[in-house]
Design a protein around this ligand. Structure first.
Ligand SMILES: [Zn+2]
Length: 297
């Protein structure tokens, strides 16, 4: 290759990556709004366990302990999934569970400063109460940000979904720890979205394990019946009954928990359609685009 050819190749690579970075993201069809609203209308409000937590009494400390047990148990229950086995190696027994004090905007952890549990921990999980959600301090239901994870103190969280959402965010913690390019990328760029696709694919495996494969089966049935020739026409054809047919596989969820479920269902409907159309190698790029479309609002 001579210098002129090399320049051309570099130019093409540059333009291609610029196009990928600035690609116009599709929106979901507006017809879906009504369908989604009808789905939300079936959901009860959340019951919050304690509000607020602080100062930590015996009851609160016991509650935090229950959360700790459930988080560690999720790592055991789903360790047949490769990514979960890898996370178990790093985090099992090393999770410090604290209460999030929304008034001071700081965690309150059981035990004293410099406590064995605190010094040995590899991840802090803050259990937050309803006021921190109402005041907008915490916007996403379960979230990993700046080195720690936040989970809501909502009562009766459905076990499969609780594990799924926790493992999704724990994967982001691990991606960050491992220096994944997506963890440091600009939000909503393809590199950043690749980590999200990985996390959504992981949750699908968790939901399948929790329902003995019935989750993906239900979505495959819906996708096959639609015979759609594009993602847009597929999403246009989704009905509230389709969403219910998937959601019935799990225990009930509050309105607060429904957004996460809905995004996952729509992502997987698109991803399963894409998997039927493209090779394993090619499908990843399309899933990234699908993620950016489903979450473009
Ligand atoms: Zn995520």
């Amino acid at each position: 290759m001579n210098f002129r050819q090399l320049l051309f190749v570099l130019w093409v690579a540059c333009v291609t990556s610029l196009t990928a970075q600035n690609q116009i993201q599709d929106k979901m069809p507006p017809e879906l709004d009504k369908v989604v609203n009808a789905f939300y209308a079936t959901k009860p409000p959340a019951v919050w366990l304690i509000q607020p937590f602080v100062p930590l009494g015996q009851r609160e400390a016991a509650l935090l302990d229950q959360f700790k047990v459930r988080l560690n148990q999720a790592l055991i229950d789903y360790s047949s999934i490769k990514a979960v086995a890898e996370m178990k190696q790093v985090y099992y027994g090393y999770i410090l569970v604290c209460a999030y004090d929304f008034q001071r905007n700081a965690p309150v952890c059981p035990g004293k400063e410099g406590d064995q549990a605190a010094t040995n921990s590899r991840l802090r999980v803050d259990v937050y109460t309803e006021p921190s959600r109402r005041t907008g301090q915490i916007r996403t239901l379960i979230v990993y940000s700046r080195g720690h994870l936040a989970i809501p103190s909502i009562a009766n969280q459905e076990p499969v979904w609780f594990a799924g959402r926790f493992l999704h965010e724990l994967l982001h913690a691990k991606q960050d720890r491992d220096g994944s390019p997506g963890a440091r990328a600009v939000p909503r760029t393809p590199v950043w979205a690749a980590d999200e696709v990985e996390a959504y694919d992981l949750v699908r495996q968790v939901l399948d394990k929790g329902t003995k494969g019935r989750y993906s089966q239900a979505i495959r049935r819906i996708v096959a019946a639609k015979r759609a020739d594009s993602l847009q026409s597929l999403y246009r054809s989704i009905t509230t009954n389709d969403l219910m047919a998937i959601d019935i596989l799990f225990g009930t969820a509050s309105i607060d928990e429904t957004t996460n479920r809905l995004t996952q269902y729509l992502m997987d409907i698109g991803n399963i359609w894409l998997e039927g159309k493209y090779s394993v190698m090619a499908v990843k790029q399309y899933k990234i685009q699908n993620y950016l479309t489903v979450t473009n609002h």
